[in-house]
Ligand binder design. Structure first.
Ligand code: SF4
Length: 383
Protein backbone atom coordinates (compact mmCIF):
# COMPACT_ATOMS: atom_id res chain seq x y z
CA UNK A 1 0.00 0.00 0.00
CA UNK A 2 1.35 3.44 -0.77
CA UNK A 3 0.51 6.99 0.06
CA UNK A 4 1.04 7.97 -3.49
CA UNK A 5 4.62 9.01 -3.09
CA UNK A 6 6.30 5.65 -3.29
CA UNK A 7 7.97 4.96 -6.58
CA UNK A 8 9.98 1.97 -5.55
CA UNK A 9 13.35 3.67 -6.00
CA UNK A 10 15.61 3.57 -3.01
CA UNK A 11 17.51 6.42 -1.47
CA UNK A 12 16.18 9.16 -3.71
CA UNK A 13 14.89 12.47 -2.47
CA UNK A 14 11.53 12.94 -4.01
CA UNK A 15 11.28 16.59 -3.18
CA UNK A 16 14.40 18.03 -4.75
CA UNK A 17 16.56 20.50 -2.96
CA UNK A 18 15.69 22.86 -5.78
CA UNK A 19 12.18 22.85 -4.41
CA UNK A 20 13.54 23.15 -0.91
CA UNK A 21 15.38 26.26 -1.90
CA UNK A 22 12.04 27.86 -2.60
CA UNK A 23 11.62 27.72 1.13
CA UNK A 24 14.38 30.15 1.48
CA UNK A 25 12.55 32.76 -0.45
CA UNK A 26 10.03 32.09 2.32
CA UNK A 27 6.91 33.30 0.66
CA UNK A 28 4.25 32.95 3.31
CA UNK A 29 1.45 33.35 0.80
CA UNK A 30 1.45 29.94 -0.77
CA UNK A 31 3.31 26.70 -0.64
CA UNK A 32 5.47 25.78 -3.61
CA UNK A 33 3.98 23.14 -5.87
CA UNK A 34 4.85 19.55 -5.05
CA UNK A 35 8.17 18.64 -6.58
CA UNK A 36 8.01 16.25 -9.41
CA UNK A 37 9.68 14.52 -10.96
CA UNK A 38 12.66 14.07 -8.65
CA UNK A 39 16.08 14.62 -10.12
CA UNK A 40 18.08 11.48 -10.69
CA UNK A 41 20.98 12.49 -8.44
CA UNK A 42 19.94 14.98 -5.80
CA UNK A 43 22.55 16.63 -3.59
CA UNK A 44 22.86 15.11 -0.16
CA UNK A 45 21.29 17.03 2.71
CA UNK A 46 23.81 18.44 5.15
CA UNK A 47 24.79 16.24 8.04
CA UNK A 48 23.20 17.53 11.20
CA UNK A 49 25.10 18.05 14.39
CA UNK A 50 22.51 16.12 16.35
CA UNK A 51 22.96 13.94 19.33
CA UNK A 52 21.31 10.55 19.00
CA UNK A 53 17.91 10.72 20.59
CA UNK A 54 16.31 8.14 22.73
CA UNK A 55 14.64 5.41 20.97
CA UNK A 56 11.59 4.16 19.37
CA UNK A 57 11.54 0.80 17.47
CA UNK A 58 10.07 -2.56 16.40
CA UNK A 59 10.40 -5.42 13.93
CA UNK A 60 8.55 -7.66 11.56
CA UNK A 61 8.44 -8.56 7.91
CA UNK A 62 6.96 -6.99 4.89
CA UNK A 63 4.37 -9.44 3.67
CA UNK A 64 5.27 -8.94 0.04
CA UNK A 65 8.99 -9.44 0.46
CA UNK A 66 9.84 -13.06 0.98
CA UNK A 67 13.46 -12.13 1.58
CA UNK A 68 12.73 -9.60 4.31
CA UNK A 69 14.79 -10.31 7.44
CA UNK A 70 12.99 -11.71 10.50
CA UNK A 71 11.83 -9.73 13.51
CA UNK A 72 14.73 -8.21 15.36
CA UNK A 73 16.89 -7.83 12.30
CA UNK A 74 17.21 -4.26 11.06
CA UNK A 75 16.70 -3.59 7.38
CA UNK A 76 19.00 -1.27 5.45
CA UNK A 77 17.29 0.87 2.89
CA UNK A 78 19.89 2.78 1.02
CA UNK A 79 22.96 4.84 1.45
CA UNK A 80 22.89 8.60 1.72
CA UNK A 81 25.74 10.14 -0.22
CA UNK A 82 28.52 11.80 1.80
CA UNK A 83 27.28 15.00 3.40
CA UNK A 84 28.93 18.32 2.62
CA UNK A 85 31.07 19.84 5.35
CA UNK A 86 29.32 22.59 7.33
CA UNK A 87 25.58 22.53 7.41
CA UNK A 88 25.20 26.29 7.83
CA UNK A 89 27.24 26.98 4.72
CA UNK A 90 25.37 24.27 2.94
CA UNK A 91 22.01 25.70 3.95
CA UNK A 92 23.02 29.18 2.92
CA UNK A 93 24.40 27.93 -0.38
CA UNK A 94 21.02 26.44 -1.10
CA UNK A 95 19.15 29.49 0.08
CA UNK A 96 17.92 27.72 3.22
CA UNK A 97 17.59 29.34 6.61
CA UNK A 98 20.02 27.67 8.99
CA UNK A 99 18.97 26.94 12.54
CA UNK A 100 21.24 29.69 13.83
CA UNK A 101 18.87 32.31 12.44
CA UNK A 102 16.96 33.72 15.43
CA UNK A 103 13.92 34.47 13.30
CA UNK A 104 13.11 30.85 12.59
CA UNK A 105 9.93 29.51 14.12
CA UNK A 106 9.66 26.24 15.96
CA UNK A 107 8.53 23.22 14.02
CA UNK A 108 5.57 22.88 16.38
CA UNK A 109 4.44 26.41 15.61
CA UNK A 110 4.95 25.90 11.89
CA UNK A 111 2.97 22.64 11.93
CA UNK A 112 0.20 24.29 13.89
CA UNK A 113 0.04 27.13 11.37
CA UNK A 114 -0.11 24.77 8.40
CA UNK A 115 -3.05 22.84 9.87
CA UNK A 116 -4.77 26.02 11.01
CA UNK A 117 -4.52 27.65 7.60
CA UNK A 118 -6.09 24.58 6.02
CA UNK A 119 -8.82 24.46 8.67
CA UNK A 120 -7.92 20.85 9.47
CA UNK A 121 -7.53 19.54 13.06
CA UNK A 122 -3.88 19.11 13.85
CA UNK A 123 -2.30 15.66 13.93
CA UNK A 124 0.81 14.89 15.94
CA UNK A 125 0.36 17.12 19.00
CA UNK A 126 1.54 16.45 22.55
CA UNK A 127 -0.47 14.07 24.72
CA UNK A 128 -0.51 16.38 27.75
CA UNK A 129 1.38 16.72 31.00
CA UNK A 130 -0.13 13.71 32.73
CA UNK A 131 1.28 11.10 30.41
CA UNK A 132 4.18 8.78 31.08
CA UNK A 133 6.78 11.45 30.33
CA UNK A 134 5.99 13.32 33.55
CA UNK A 135 6.42 10.09 35.55
CA UNK A 136 9.67 9.27 33.83
CA UNK A 137 11.03 12.76 34.53
CA UNK A 138 10.05 12.41 38.19
CA UNK A 139 11.60 8.95 38.39
CA UNK A 140 14.80 10.28 36.93
CA UNK A 141 15.00 13.20 39.32
CA UNK A 142 12.34 14.98 41.45
CA UNK A 143 14.22 18.28 41.06
CA UNK A 144 14.21 17.91 37.30
CA UNK A 145 10.45 17.28 37.49
CA UNK A 146 10.04 20.45 39.55
CA UNK A 147 12.05 22.47 37.04
CA UNK A 148 10.21 20.94 34.10
CA UNK A 149 6.58 21.01 35.25
CA UNK A 150 6.17 23.13 38.39
CA UNK A 151 8.62 25.99 38.21
CA UNK A 152 10.47 25.95 34.89
CA UNK A 153 13.19 28.48 34.17
CA UNK A 154 11.55 29.23 30.86
CA UNK A 155 7.74 29.07 30.45
CA UNK A 156 6.76 25.90 28.64
CA UNK A 157 5.47 27.64 25.51
CA UNK A 158 8.75 29.55 25.19
CA UNK A 159 11.03 26.55 25.57
CA UNK A 160 13.12 25.67 22.56
CA UNK A 161 13.12 22.04 21.53
CA UNK A 162 16.38 20.46 20.45
CA UNK A 163 16.62 19.74 16.70
CA UNK A 164 16.50 16.01 17.51
CA UNK A 165 13.15 16.44 19.29
CA UNK A 166 11.84 18.65 16.52
CA UNK A 167 12.75 16.00 13.97
CA UNK A 168 10.95 13.38 16.06
CA UNK A 169 7.85 15.60 16.20
CA UNK A 170 7.80 16.24 12.48
CA UNK A 171 8.36 12.59 11.56
CA UNK A 172 5.38 11.76 13.81
CA UNK A 173 3.24 14.27 11.93
CA UNK A 174 4.33 12.97 8.52
CA UNK A 175 3.56 9.39 9.57
CA UNK A 176 0.21 10.40 11.06
CA UNK A 177 -0.72 12.10 7.81
CA UNK A 178 0.54 9.12 5.78
CA UNK A 179 -1.67 6.68 7.65
CA UNK A 180 -4.65 9.03 7.84
CA UNK A 181 -4.48 9.46 4.09
CA UNK A 182 -4.26 5.68 3.63
CA UNK A 183 -7.32 5.30 5.85
CA UNK A 184 -9.26 8.07 4.15
CA UNK A 185 -8.05 9.02 0.66
CA UNK A 186 -10.20 12.18 0.82
CA UNK A 187 -8.15 13.49 3.76
CA UNK A 188 -6.92 16.90 2.52
CA UNK A 189 -3.25 16.44 3.41
CA UNK A 190 -0.57 14.10 2.17
CA UNK A 191 2.94 14.04 3.65
CA UNK A 192 4.16 15.81 0.52
CA UNK A 193 1.61 18.60 0.94
CA UNK A 194 2.54 19.05 4.59
CA UNK A 195 6.21 19.16 3.73
CA UNK A 196 5.72 21.64 0.91
CA UNK A 197 3.54 23.83 3.10
CA UNK A 198 6.20 23.78 5.81
CA UNK A 199 8.79 24.89 3.28
CA UNK A 200 6.87 28.15 3.01
CA UNK A 201 7.24 28.85 6.72
CA UNK A 202 10.28 30.05 8.63
CA UNK A 203 10.81 26.63 10.13
CA UNK A 204 14.24 25.21 10.78
CA UNK A 205 15.62 24.16 7.40
CA UNK A 206 17.76 21.29 8.52
CA UNK A 207 15.00 19.87 10.68
CA UNK A 208 12.73 19.88 7.64
CA UNK A 209 15.31 18.26 5.41
CA UNK A 210 16.32 15.57 7.86
CA UNK A 211 12.72 14.74 8.79
CA UNK A 212 11.84 14.42 5.14
CA UNK A 213 14.82 12.13 4.51
CA UNK A 214 13.73 9.86 7.39
CA UNK A 215 10.14 9.87 6.24
CA UNK A 216 11.04 9.02 2.64
CA UNK A 217 13.15 6.09 3.77
CA UNK A 218 10.21 4.81 5.80
CA UNK A 219 7.80 5.28 2.93
CA UNK A 220 10.03 3.25 0.63
CA UNK A 221 10.68 0.52 3.20
CA UNK A 222 7.01 0.11 4.07
CA UNK A 223 5.54 0.82 0.68
CA UNK A 224 3.81 -2.56 0.95
CA UNK A 225 2.75 -2.10 4.55
CA UNK A 226 0.89 -4.85 6.39
CA UNK A 227 -0.51 -2.30 8.86
CA UNK A 228 -4.06 -1.34 7.94
CA UNK A 229 -4.85 1.92 9.72
CA UNK A 230 -7.99 2.10 11.86
CA UNK A 231 -7.27 5.52 13.32
CA UNK A 232 -4.22 7.77 13.34
CA UNK A 233 -3.47 9.80 16.47
CA UNK A 234 -6.10 8.60 18.93
CA UNK A 235 -5.93 10.76 22.04
CA UNK A 236 -7.58 9.59 25.24
CA UNK A 237 -7.67 10.50 28.93
CA UNK A 238 -8.40 8.21 31.85
CA UNK A 239 -11.43 9.81 33.58
CA UNK A 240 -10.26 8.51 36.99
CA UNK A 241 -6.57 9.40 37.03
CA UNK A 242 -6.63 12.09 34.31
CA UNK A 243 -3.67 10.25 32.85
CA UNK A 244 -3.45 11.01 29.15
CA UNK A 245 -2.23 8.94 26.27
CA UNK A 246 -1.97 9.44 22.55
CA UNK A 247 -1.85 6.33 20.44
CA UNK A 248 0.17 7.22 17.35
CA UNK A 249 -1.73 4.69 15.28
CA UNK A 250 -4.26 1.96 15.87
CA UNK A 251 -4.01 -0.58 13.09
CA UNK A 252 -5.22 -3.97 12.03
CA UNK A 253 -2.93 -6.80 10.96
CA UNK A 254 -4.75 -9.36 8.86
CA UNK A 255 -1.88 -11.70 7.96
CA UNK A 256 0.46 -12.99 10.64
CA UNK A 257 4.00 -11.68 10.51
CA UNK A 258 6.94 -13.17 12.41
CA UNK A 259 6.21 -12.40 16.08
CA UNK A 260 3.09 -10.46 15.15
CA UNK A 261 -0.32 -12.10 15.40
CA UNK A 262 -3.28 -10.94 13.33
CA UNK A 263 -5.55 -8.54 15.20
CA UNK A 264 -5.48 -4.99 16.51
CA UNK A 265 -2.19 -3.31 17.40
CA UNK A 266 -1.29 0.08 18.84
CA UNK A 267 1.62 1.39 16.84
CA UNK A 268 4.08 3.70 18.54
CA UNK A 269 6.46 5.56 16.23
CA UNK A 270 9.98 6.21 17.47
CA UNK A 271 13.07 7.66 15.84
CA UNK A 272 16.39 6.20 16.90
CA UNK A 273 20.00 7.00 16.18
CA UNK A 274 21.62 3.73 17.12
CA UNK A 275 20.23 0.23 16.64
CA UNK A 276 21.60 -1.65 19.62
CA UNK A 277 19.80 -4.25 21.70
CA UNK A 278 18.69 -1.71 24.31
CA UNK A 279 17.28 0.56 21.68
CA UNK A 280 15.43 -2.13 19.77
CA UNK A 281 14.21 -4.42 22.55
CA UNK A 282 14.14 -2.31 25.72
CA UNK A 283 10.54 -1.43 24.93
CA UNK A 284 9.27 -4.60 26.60
CA UNK A 285 9.94 -2.94 29.95
CA UNK A 286 9.12 0.64 29.05
CA UNK A 287 6.69 2.52 31.27
CA UNK A 288 5.11 4.41 28.39
CA UNK A 289 4.39 1.25 26.43
CA UNK A 290 3.05 -0.66 29.46
CA UNK A 291 0.94 2.39 30.33
CA UNK A 292 -0.59 2.41 26.85
CA UNK A 293 -1.61 -1.21 27.21
CA UNK A 294 -3.03 -0.58 30.70
CA UNK A 295 -5.05 2.40 29.59
CA UNK A 296 -6.45 0.46 26.66
CA UNK A 297 -7.70 -2.26 28.99
CA UNK A 298 -9.03 0.19 31.56
CA UNK A 299 -11.00 2.11 28.94
CA UNK A 300 -12.21 -1.14 27.34
CA UNK A 301 -11.03 -0.07 23.91
CA UNK A 302 -11.28 -3.71 22.75
CA UNK A 303 -14.99 -3.04 22.31
CA UNK A 304 -14.28 -0.15 19.99
CA UNK A 305 -11.27 -1.33 17.97
CA UNK A 306 -11.10 -5.11 18.44
CA UNK A 307 -9.06 -7.35 20.71
CA UNK A 308 -5.68 -5.80 21.34
CA UNK A 309 -2.61 -7.92 20.58
CA UNK A 310 -0.11 -5.42 21.93
CA UNK A 311 1.98 -2.40 21.04
CA UNK A 312 4.12 -2.47 17.93
CA UNK A 313 7.03 -0.11 18.42
CA UNK A 314 7.78 1.19 14.96
CA UNK A 315 11.40 2.33 14.90
CA UNK A 316 12.67 4.68 12.21
CA UNK A 317 16.46 4.69 12.12
CA UNK A 318 18.36 7.93 11.72
CA UNK A 319 21.51 6.36 10.32
CA UNK A 320 22.99 7.44 7.02
CA UNK A 321 22.16 3.97 5.74
CA UNK A 322 18.71 4.07 7.20
CA UNK A 323 17.36 1.05 9.06
CA UNK A 324 13.92 0.09 10.31
CA UNK A 325 12.64 -2.22 12.97
CA UNK A 326 9.28 -3.13 14.51
CA UNK A 327 9.28 -4.53 18.04
CA UNK A 328 6.10 -6.25 19.21
CA UNK A 329 5.25 -5.83 22.91
CA UNK A 330 2.38 -8.20 23.72
CA UNK A 331 -0.35 -7.66 26.33
CA UNK A 332 0.76 -9.19 29.67
CA UNK A 333 -1.79 -8.63 32.40
CA UNK A 334 0.57 -9.43 35.30
CA UNK A 335 2.87 -6.65 34.14
CA UNK A 336 0.00 -4.18 34.01
CA UNK A 337 -0.97 -4.99 37.59
CA UNK A 338 2.58 -4.51 38.84
CA UNK A 339 2.94 -1.28 36.91
CA UNK A 340 -0.36 0.08 38.28
CA UNK A 341 0.80 -0.62 41.84
CA UNK A 342 4.17 0.99 41.18
CA UNK A 343 2.57 4.12 39.75
CA UNK A 344 0.46 4.54 42.88
CA UNK A 345 3.63 4.69 44.95
CA UNK A 346 5.29 7.10 42.53
CA UNK A 347 2.20 9.33 42.66
CA UNK A 348 2.37 9.24 46.46
CA UNK A 349 6.03 10.24 46.43
CA UNK A 350 5.27 13.12 44.13
CA UNK A 351 2.52 14.30 46.48
CA UNK A 352 4.97 14.05 49.37
CA UNK A 353 7.39 16.36 47.56
CA UNK A 354 4.54 18.74 46.78
CA UNK A 355 3.32 18.82 50.38
CA UNK A 356 6.85 19.45 51.68
CA UNK A 357 7.67 21.82 48.82
CA UNK A 358 10.96 19.97 48.55
CA UNK A 359 12.22 18.34 45.39
CA UNK A 360 15.38 16.34 46.02
CA UNK A 361 18.08 16.11 43.40
CA UNK A 362 18.84 12.60 42.19
CA UNK A 363 22.52 13.19 41.57
CA UNK A 364 23.10 9.57 40.57
CA UNK A 365 21.25 10.43 37.38
CA UNK A 366 22.96 13.65 36.29
CA UNK A 367 25.25 11.93 33.82
CA UNK A 368 24.30 8.80 31.93
CA UNK A 369 23.94 8.04 28.29
CA UNK A 370 23.00 11.70 28.04
CA UNK A 371 23.93 14.46 30.42
CA UNK A 372 20.96 16.10 32.15
CA UNK A 373 20.03 19.46 30.64
CA UNK A 374 20.22 21.08 34.09
CA UNK A 375 23.72 19.79 34.78
CA UNK A 376 25.39 23.22 34.77
CA UNK A 377 22.67 24.68 36.94
CA UNK A 378 22.89 21.95 39.58
CA UNK A 379 26.67 21.71 39.43
CA UNK A 380 27.49 25.40 39.65
CA UNK A 381 24.63 27.30 41.22
CA UNK A 382 23.07 27.48 44.61
CA UNK A 383 19.29 27.80 44.41
S1 SF4 B 1 21.53 17.77 36.94
FE1 SF4 B 1 21.15 15.98 38.23
S2 SF4 B 1 20.28 16.81 40.12
FE2 SF4 B 1 20.12 18.40 38.57
S3 SF4 B 1 18.09 18.15 37.70
FE3 SF4 B 1 19.50 16.98 36.43
S4 SF4 B 1 19.46 14.91 37.26
FE4 SF4 B 1 18.57 16.26 38.80
Amino acid sequence: MTNGSGNGQRGIIRVPIGAVSAMNQRSTKSAPPPASPAPPTPPAPPELPLKPTEIEGGASTDQRAASTPPVGQPVAVGATPPAPVGYVESCLAQGLIPMTDPSIVSIDKAIETVFEQAGVPRLGGASGDLGWSSFSVYQRCPYLYYRTYINPFVPKDEQIKSPALEIGSLVHVLLAVRYEHMRDPTYPFTPEKIYNALLATRANAEVLMESWRLYQGYDIRWEADYLIPIVAEYHTVDPETRQSCRYDLIAKVTEAQPGIMPGTWCVEHKTLGRFDDTGLNGWRNDGEIIGQLMLWKRLKLDKKFGKLQGVLVNIIGKQKNQQFHRTPVPVELWKHKEHAKDLKVWRGLRLLCESMDTWPRARANCVGRYQCGLFEHCADRET
